[in-house]
Design a protein around this ligand. Structure first.
Ligand SMILES: *[C@@H]1O[C@H](CO)[C@@H](O)[C@H](O)[C@H]1NC(C)=O
Ligand SMILES: *[C@@H]1O[C@H](CO)[C@@H](O)[C@H](O)[C@H]1NC(C)=O
Ligand SMILES: *[C@@H]1O[C@H](CO)[C@@H](O)[C@H](O)[C@H]1NC(C)=O
Length: 439
C-alpha cells in the first residue's frame, strides 16, 4: 500500500515538474517575439531620438537605454537633493526611474483614438456590463447586489450617463491642461492659456483673483472624489457655469441630490478608467488622458516639472502633501518626448519653444506597431482599424448624422474607424477595446 502511494506521489510530482518546465519553456519562448528588421529599427530610432530629446529638453535629465530595446532609464543629476519621503517606507525618492517605452507608446497612442467618458452604450455592450461593472461606478455600489435591480442602478447613474459619447477623438484642436502647482505664480501665463480652444482644470482650482496667472477660460474640470462631493462649491469656480465636470471616481448620492435639487446645470460625466501601471495616478494624469482622447494637441501648464523641488505648493493655498515629484517629472518628460504633450513651466516659458529631437510621427507610428507585437496586444500590427477590438457590438447610431458639422480631422478619423466608437477595456489582457460600430 505504502509503496503504491509513494509511486502515485512520485508520478504526480514528476507530472507537475513536467508541466512547470512546459510553462516556463513556453513563456520564455514567447517573451520577446521575433521582430522584423524594420520593427527593430523603428524601436532603435525611437530610443535614440528619445534619449536626445530628454537631454535637450529635460533641464538636466538624462535618459539611457535599459536591458532591451523597450527599456529606458531616466536619471536626475547626481547632485539633485531628493526631498520627498514615501510615507509607508520612510525612504527618500530615488533619482533614477525606469520606463518601458513600448508600453507607453502603445498605450498612449491608443488613448488618442478612444473614448474616455462612460456611456450607457458602453455598459450595455459590455458582457454582464450591469452585473459586473455598473455598480463599481456607484458609491457603495457593493450594497447594490450586482445591480440585481437594474432600475435602481440606472436611476443612480442616469444623471451622469449619456447614451453615447458626447465628444469625439480630435474634436478640439489645441487644448491646455492646467495643474495646480504653486509654480503657476512665477509666470503670467493667463493670456496665453486663454488662447487655447479648450482649457481643462482640476479639482477646486480657483480662477477668480488668479486670472493673470491661470487665465479665465475653463471648458472642462476633472474631479477627484473629494472635489466631486463638493460639487456645489466647484460649480461656483467658473462664472460662466458652462464648465463640463468629469468625475474620475464614482457617482455619489450626495452628488445626485445636488445635481437635481440645487440644481446644477453643468454637464457631469464619469470617466472610464484605464490603467497606466505604476505611474502617477493622480487627477493630473487623468486630465491628460482625457485631453488626449479629444484634442489634436495637448499642452501642459502648472505641473511641478522644473528643477529645484522643495515642497508641494498649490497656487491657491499653503504647502500640502505632494507625492513622487521626481517620478512625476520624469513621467511627464517621457510624455513630451513621445510627442504626446508639450510642457510649459517657469523655466520653459516660451510659448513657441520647439521640443528638440522629438521623434517624428512616422517613427512613433512604426514604433507603436512594433511595440504592439512585442506586447502581444490584441490586433497587433493589423491593417484593420478595428483589429484591436476585443468586443464588437453593432448599435444603431443616432448621432452619426451630426458628424458632418465637425472639423475635417474628426470626419476623417471617423471614416478611418468606420464610424466605430472605441472604449479601452480596463485590465483587459492585451489591452483590447470594446468597439461600438454602426449597425
Ligand atoms: C427597484 O428599484 C426601484 C427604484 O428605486 C424601486 O421602485 C423598485 O421597487 C425596486 N424593485 C425591486 C424588486 O426591489
Ligand atoms: C477673490 O478676492 C476677494 C477679495 O479679497 C475675495 O472676497 C474672494 O473670495 C476671492 N475669490 C476667490 C475665488 O478666492
Ligand atoms: C488612430 O487613428 C489614426 C487615424 O485617425 C490611425 O492612423 C492610427 O493608426 C490609429 N492608432 C491606433 C493606435 O489605432
Amino acid at each position: 500500500m505504502k509503496i503504491l502511494k509513494l509511486g502515485l506521489l512520485l508520478a504526480l510530482a514528476s507530472g507537475v515538474v513536467a508541466l512547470l518546465i512546459y510553462i516556463v519553456g513556453v513563456s520564455s519562448l514567447y517573451q520577446f517575439p521575433r521582430l522584423s528588421d524594420e520593427d527593430f529599427e523603428a524601436l532603435q530610432s525611437l530610443q535614440s531620438s528619445f534619449q536626445k530629446c530628454v537631454s535637450a529638453n529635460g533641464l538636466g535629465l538624462q535618459a539611457s537605454s535599459g536591458k532591451d530595446v523597450c527599456q529606458v532609464t531616466i536619471n536626475f543629476p547626481s547632485n539633485t537633493v531628493s526631498k520627498w519621503k514615501d510615507p509607508k517606507t520612510g525612504e527618500l525618492e530615488g533619482l533614477s526611474f525606469d520606463f518601458n517605452l513600448c508600453e507607453a507608446v502603445a498605450t498612449w497612442e491608443q488613448v488618442r483614438n478612444s473614448t474616455t467618458i462612460l456611456t450607457k452604450e458602453f455598459i450595455d455592450a459590455l458582457p454582464n456590463g450591469w452585473e459586473d461593472y455598473a455598480w463599481r461606478r456607484i458609491n457603495k455600489g457593493i450594497l447594490l447586489n450586482n445591480c440585481k435591480n437594474r432600475t435602481l442602478c440606472m436611476e443612480k447613474l442616469s444623471l451622469v450617463l449619456p447614451e453615447i459619447p458626447p465628444y469625439y477623438p480630435r474634436q478640439f484642436d489645441r487644448c491646455a491642461v492646467i495643474g495646480n502647482s504653486g509654480d503657476l505664480l512665477k509666470t503670467k501665463f493667463g493670456k496665453e492659456i486663454d488662447g487655447y480652444d479648450v482649457v481643462i482644470r482640476e479639482n477646486g482650482a480657483p480662477i477668480q483673483n488668479y486670472t493673470d496667472f491661470v487665465g479665465r477660460k475653463s471648458t472642462f474640470r476633472l474631479l477627484n472624489r473629494g472635489s466631486a462631493k463638493a460639487l456645489d462649491k466647484v460649480v461656483e469656480l467658473d462664472e460662466t457655469r458652462k464648465e463640463v465636470l468629469i468625475v474620475k471616481t464614482t457617482i455619489h448620492d450626495i452628488m445626485n441630490k445636488m445635481i437635481r435639487e440645487i440644481p446644477i446645470k453643468n454637464p457631469v460625466y464619469l470617466m472610464l478608467g484605464t490603467s497606466f501601471g505604476s505611474a502617477a495616478k493622480g487627477t493630473g494624469l487623468k486630465a491628460l488622458e482625457f485631453a488626449l482622447s479629444i484634442c489634436e494637441s495637448v499642452d501642459m501648464y502648472g505641473f511641478t516639472v522644473d528643477p529645484g523641488y522643495k515642497e508641494w505648493t498649490r497656487y491657491f493655498s499653503e504647502s500640502r502633501k505632494g507625492h513622487t515629484p521626481l517620478h512625476g517629472r520624469t513621467y511627464y518628460q517621457m510624455m513630451e518626448c513621445l510627442g504626446l504633450i508639450k510642457i510649459h513651466s517657469p523655466m520653459r516659458a516660451d510659448l513657441n519653444r520647439v521640443v528638440k529631437w522629438l521623434p517624428s510621427r512616422e517613427t512613433i507610428r512604426a514604433a507603436r506597431v512594433a511595440s504592439e507585437k512585442i506586447l502581444r496586444r490584441v490586433g497587433a500590427a493589423s491593417a484593420d482599424p478595428l483589429g484591436a477590438c476585443a468586443i464588437i457590438k453593432k448599435q444603431v447610431k443616432k448621432s452619426s448624422v451630426s458628424l458632418s458639422s465637425h472639423k475635417r480631422a474628426v470626419i476623417e478619423h471617423q471614416r478611418y474607424v468606420r464610424g466605430a466608437t472605441m472604449y479601452p477595456l480596463e485590465r483587459s489582457p492585451g489591452h483590447g477595446l470594446l468597439c461600438s460600430v454602426p449597425a
